[in-house]
Design a protein around this ligand. Structure first.
Ligand SMILES: C[S@@+](CC[C@H](N)C(=O)[O-])C[C@H]1O[C@@H](n2cnc3c(N)ncnc32)[C@H](O)[C@@H]1O
Length: 213
């Protein structure tokens, strides 16, 4: 584990003893290397619901893309996708998924806790099941004016649902927090609640700017 505020596994915030000495990259590499082949291949349902509103051309950034389920859906939608993650094993799975589905993605291994994002301007940014508050100003700045943001991650209500797994509040949203973090954006859709044993907050928003909204 890094000393800096590094995001943890939002599904399994409690680490096994053997994992405690590992870096985030090693932990995630191990998880993706041992993940069953058909796990995490379908895009997040909220992204699927947003897709008809998203542009079909331009650049998309998938923040902490993992095994690429969202990256591949964005590429199939027509976007050129940068899939960023700390885990090379995750991104290898993402590339394999892209190949199987006949699309291409750009895998980028990057430790986001350093605060850097690729130097590109994006039409769409997607961030699901990953929370790094310090990265939010960078997410805002890499989006083009009028660019689209799709964000969903767990809230602290998850602690009551799976107390043994998600209990580190640093990586869980407080009530109303996601809306507040993007209160300078045009919020088109916002929801907080529990569905299928997951307590999440969801946001679809556009960066204000010159482009006609
Ligand atoms: C719960 S998974 C979510 C993956 C993907 N967004 C999805 O919804 O399927 C969290 C992801 O964050 C990545 N991650 C954790 N710490 C990271 C860091 N410091 N920099 C970049 N990625 C990181 C992990 O490798 C993992 O793929």
């Amino acid at each position: 584990m890094h000393n800096s505020s590094v995001p943890t596994d939002l599904f399994r915030a409690q680490r096994s003893k053997g994992e405690e000495q590992l870096s985030d990259r090693q932990r995630w590499d191990h998880r993706y290397a041992t993940l069953k082949p058909n796990r995490r291949t379908e895009p997040v349902p909220f992204l699927v619901a947003c897709l008809p509103r998203l542009p079909t051309r331009g650049y998309a950034l998938d923040v902490a893309a993992g095994a690429g389920r969202n990256s591949v859906a964005l590429a199939a939608h027509g976007l050129t996708v940068d899939a960023v993650d700390v885990s090379w094993h995750g991104l290898r799975r993402a590339m394999a998924l892209a190949r199987r589905q006949g699309v291409r993605i750009n895998p980028i291994v990057l430790d986001l806790s350093r605060g850097w994002l690729p130097r590109r301007c994006y039409d769409v940014v997607v961030n699901t099941f990953f929370l790094l508050r310090d990265l939010i100003p960078s997410i805002k700045s890499v989006l083009k004016p009028g660019g689209w943001l799709v964000f969903e991650t767990l809230t602290i209500a998850q602690i009551e649902i799976t107390p043994h797994r998600a209990r580190d509040r640093n990586y869980l949203l407080k009530p109303g927090e996601l809306r507040q973090l993007f209160d300078d954006f045009l919020i088109l859709d916002y929801w907080e609640g529990v569905e299928e044993n997951r307590a999440t907050a969801r946001l679809l928003a556009r960066k204000p700017g010159q482009v006609a909204l």
